[in-house]
Design a protein around this ligand. Sequence first.
Ligand SMILES: Nc1ncnc2c1ncn2[C@@H]1O[C@H](COP(=O)(O)OP(=O)(O)OP(=O)(O)O)[C@@H](O)[C@H]1O
Ligand SMILES: [Mg+2]
Length: 141
Amino acid sequence: MQHKNSFISISSDDTFSFGSKFSNSIDYGSVIFLIGDLGSGKTTFSKGFASGLGFSDEILSPTYSILNEYKFNGKSLYHFDLYRLKSVNEFLEIGGIEYLNDKKSISLIEWPELIKEMVSDNIIEIKFEHLSEQERKITVL
Ligand SMILES: Nc1ncnc2c1ncn2[C@@H]1O[C@H](COP(=O)(O)OP(=O)(O)OP(=O)(O)O)[C@@H](O)[C@H]1O
Ligand SMILES: [Mg+2]
């Protein structure tokens, strides 16, 4: 069910495939904010997104749990989950800005609220909303 720039997902698989298809319309160098409540499908979407670009092995960051990285063909996908981020400084300390400026990568960021002010240009925002137990509304802003 496609309606304008929003999509109604009826299952976890549906959200995964939406992410997978959506990834093919995104240029390297992009930063994507994923906005939505706990369990709204941000990580499920991200896994689909990675799979759509041919990334398979998720590399858990040895230094920091807020970042997982995928590498493939000299390119990277950075998947941030900033839910537990305490301050902007914490993000800066792990070189957050450098990751976002990496033109050979795409960054997906869950819970971006704390860093929102710092990175304002060229951001794609995707909103995830619970409609029911199994349904999610995904809107590309
Ligand atoms: N249509 C749907 N799309 C995505 N997930 C769904 C859907 N229906 C049910 N679910 C369930 O909702 C949960 C979504 O979890 P997911 O980790 O993707 O959310 P999240 O937004 O990343 O949450 P968090 O903020 O905690 O990181 C999963 O348990 C999944 O099985
Ligand atoms: Mg998540």
